[in-house]
Write a protein that binds this ligand. Structure first.
Ligand code: ADP
Length: 192
């Protein structure tokens, strides 16, 4: 099973990705977690991207694509993946499609976790993850989301494998809603 989770910062992508990974025995791949790990480990990628992550800006496409290629292909070969945080732009989606298509590991479903701004801000301030969770940086990340990722949702909107769920409800309900919707897609055979 190969899934994408798309949502604003604070929409619950990480939580839902973990639950889906566990339920369907697939690999959870979070671009944000991998990037933060590079920063912590002070790798050369980490040094290149730290300023972007801290400012709430997207890191360059080439960095993210190079970083994800191997883990995504490996996950696809061992049961599948749920990608959390990638793609985040139309350009990333197009580039990822080229790679995935040539390897036969294209995405089978994309889930939009829909949460209104007021709720996102409330959650992000409460979470206080680190240098990219200050009020100012949060506002900037939401603006980047609107500018760069909403167009991605529009780009995917006509695909039959794309659907939105209401992300304001408790995590368990959101999860069940996602599974119900996945069940309706022909690509999967999910038992009741
Ligand atoms: P959130 O969705 O809560 O902002 P993430 O953990 O997904 O958190 O991402 C944190 C940061 O990592 C982003 O603000 C951005 O700097 C960087 N990042 C993550 N994924 C991508 C991506 N696909 N393209 C560019 N930058 C990314």
């Amino acid at each position: 099973m190969r899934l994408l989770l798309i949502g604003a910062p604070g929409s619950g992508k990480g939580t839902q990705a973990e639950r889906l990974a566990e339920r369907f025995n697939i690999t959870h791949i979070s671009s944000g977690d991998l990037l933060r790990q590079h920063v912590r480990d002070q790798t050369s990628i980490g040094q290149t991207i730290k300023a972007y992550v801290d400012a709430g800006d997207l890191v360059p496409d080439s960095v993210v694509l190079d970083m994800l290629r191997k883990p995504v292909v490996a996950a696809a070969e061992s049961g599948g993946y749920v990608l959390d945080g990638f793609p985040r732009t139309v350009d990333q989606a197009k580039a990822a499609f080229e790679v995935a298509h040539s390897l036969g590991v294209e995405v089978q479903a994309a889930v939009h976790l829909d949460v209104p701004d007021e709720e996102l801000i409330r959650r992000l301030l409460a979470r206080g993850r680190g240098s990219d969770d200050s009020a100012e940086v949060i506002a900037h990340r939401l603006q980047v989301y609107r500018e760069k990722t909403i167009p991605l949702l529009e780009y995917y909107a006509s695909r039959e494998w794309m659907f939105a769920v209401d992300g304001t409800r408790p995590p368990g309900q959101v999860h069940e809603d996602i599974v119900t919707r996945l069940r309706k897609l022909a690509a999967f055979d999910i038992p009741d």
